[in-house]
Write a protein that binds this ligand. Structure first.
Ligand SMILES: Cc1cc2nc3c(=O)[nH]c(=O)nc-3n(C[C@H](O)[C@H](O)[C@H](O)COP(=O)(O)OP(=O)(O)OC[C@H]3O[C@@H](n4cnc5c(N)ncnc54)[C@H](O)[C@@H]3O)c2cc1C
Length: 457
């Protein structure tokens, strides 16, 4: 039986930081992962995706500028792009492993599970620890439909050797939008099969504009399709769905299907805790499988256990890498010094990396009104603004939500070039209670998309 001070399950954004900090403080630490070390973001999520987004964006920009100083058509070379992508992902596990070794962290490969409140087993190796950190991430939500085995995951999509001609995404969340925007610029015929209002956590008006723009790229965005099954028909797949009645949201009798060469799951993710035998350690989880934690990110039912990242049920936390990173700092401090730090999620930005990107921070107009806040809302189509006209982007819009009286920025919602960067300036404002006057009096670098902020508040 190996004994540790801290065992961390998961080597992603939530787990790595805890392991490193505790090891640097002299604790005996072990990490466990059943996938190559590095976690979802670096290997199967944010980073590889953004490499593909970069190339797709270049194609789009090139096409927008056609006849305005540029000629010819930019083409995406998918296999070459994949090779470029691998220059980012391939080295990660080895680098992570070396870094753990340097810090004296014991590294276990394999699927682990609890065998008692302070006992854990990885394959057949038994471990004991004073503390555990569950940072086991998330996995695609089971679809529960016939033919589910034919549906590929986001991980598979990011590793495709060749891009199939027709691709169907089940779902209309951020992964579906991002991948659809990449695939259509790479020449695939893309269908998104969503059900109900897409991207619900983003501003409805900006989402509406993004949907319209996505359709203009020839992506078939369906928002009334309840997928009922997937069948293989030779080398292609037939995806059956029922159309919801738009007015009621009920699924009607009208059955329909489309065919595609690849079907990708983009219908949400749930915490990956099912294999961990949480019950053996008396660790309570919510109905989605996320570990129930208190304000210190500590299990409500077993004080030896903490949770971070996508596997933690912490109110106000979005399943995003920087949130996992923030939580890992909090958890490390609470393990090392006793419970002394609480997470603070104010001003968490989130982005849909379409071209152009959609970005948000703080409250939406709907949320602010629901809370009864007295607000001032400003919103405009900004396609005619210099920063957007210069790059010939027509999908450009913003909405800001400011509190009457205090003049504080409560929320900002951006669609357009550099929205993914500009949102970080608004995030500083939301987190640090800056006012509209503070933002409008800034002396920004010009001409930049950031300098447009002065006109948005
Ligand atoms: C396609 C995609 C794109 C994304 N894009 C973005 C983005 O642009 N920006 C952003 O902020 N976020 C993005 N995310 C979300 C982000 O990747 C996650 O929020 C983040 O990686 C979560 O980190 P984590 O540490 O909680 O879990 P992970 O990084 O998933 O690490 C958990 C690890 O634990 C392992 N594990 C689980 N159970 C066990 C077990 N029983 N035994 C051993 N090991 C186990 C898992 O296999 C995994 O390797 C994206 C996600 C996906 C899927």
């Amino acid at each position: 039986m190996e004994r540790y001070d801290v065992i961390v399950v998961g080597t992603g954004a939530g787990g790595s930081g805890v392991a490193n900090r505790c090891a640097k403080a002299g604790r005996r630490v072990a990490v466990v992962d059943d996938e190559p070390y590095g976690g979802t973001c670096l290997l199967r999520g944010c980073d590889p995706k953004k490499v593909l987004v970069g190339a797709a964006e270049l194609v789009d920009w090139h096409r927008r500028m056609d006849g305005q100083g540029l000629t010819g058509d930019a083409q995406l070379d998918w296999p070459a792009l994949m090779r470029f992508k691998r220059t980012f992902t391939d080295p990660v596990p080895q680098q992570q492993e070396a870094s753990y070794q340097k810090l004296g962290i014991a590294a276990y490969h394999g699927r682990g599970r609890f065998t008692g409140p302070d006992r854990f087993v990885v394959d057949s190796t038994e471990l004991e620890s004073r503390f555990f950190v569950i940072a086991s991430g998330a996995r695609p939500t089971p679809l529960g439909i016939p033919g589910e085995e034919h549906v590929k995951t986001s991980t598979d999509f990011l590793d495709l050797e060749l891009l199939p001609r027709r691709i169907a995404f089940i779902g209309a969340g951020y992964i579906a939008f991002e991948f659809a925007h990449i695939a259509t610029r790479a020449g695939a015929a893309v269908t998104m099969l969503g059900r109900g209002r897409p991207l619900r956590q983003f501003d409805a008006d900006l989402v509406g504009r993004l949907v319209e723009h996505t359709r203009s790229l020839t992506v078939d965005v369906r928002l009334d399709a309840a997928v009922g099954g997937v069948e293989r028909a030779g080398s292609e797949f037939r995806i059956r769905f029922r159309r919801a009645e738009a007015a009621t949201g009920r699924t009607g009798a009208s059955k329909d299907f489309i065919t595609a060469d690849l079907v990708v799951h983009a219908a949400g993710r749930i915490p990956k805790t099912g294999d961990l035998d949480l019950g053996r350690a008396n660790v309570e989880a919510d109905e989605r499988g996320a570990v129930k934690v208190n304000e210190w990110l500590q299990s409500v039912s077993n004080p030896k256990v903490y949770a971070a990242g996508d596997a933690a049920a912490s109110p106000g936390a979005l399943p995003l890498t920087p949130v996992g990173g923030h939580q890992s700092v909090i958890v490390a401090s609470n393990i090392l010094h006793g419970n002394n730090k609480k997470p603070d999620y104010r001003g968490t930005s989130s982005v849909v990396f379409t071209t152009p990107p959609l970005a948000a921070v703080g409250l939406t107009e709907e949320e602010a009104r629901r809370k009864g806040s007295k607000i001032r809302v400003k919103s405009e189509d900004t396609r005619s603004w210099f920063s957007n006209r210069r790059v010939r982007e027509t999908a450009a819009m913003y909405k800001t939500v400011v509190e009457e009286g205090t003049n504080r920025i409560l929320g900002a919602h951006l669609l357009g070039p550099h929205a993914d960067e500009v949102i970080n300036l608004f995030a500083i404002a939301v987190r640090h209670n800056l006012t509209a006057t503070d933002l409008s009096h800034m002396i920004y670098a010009y001409p930049t998309s950031g300098s447009d902020i002065a006109y948005m508040v």
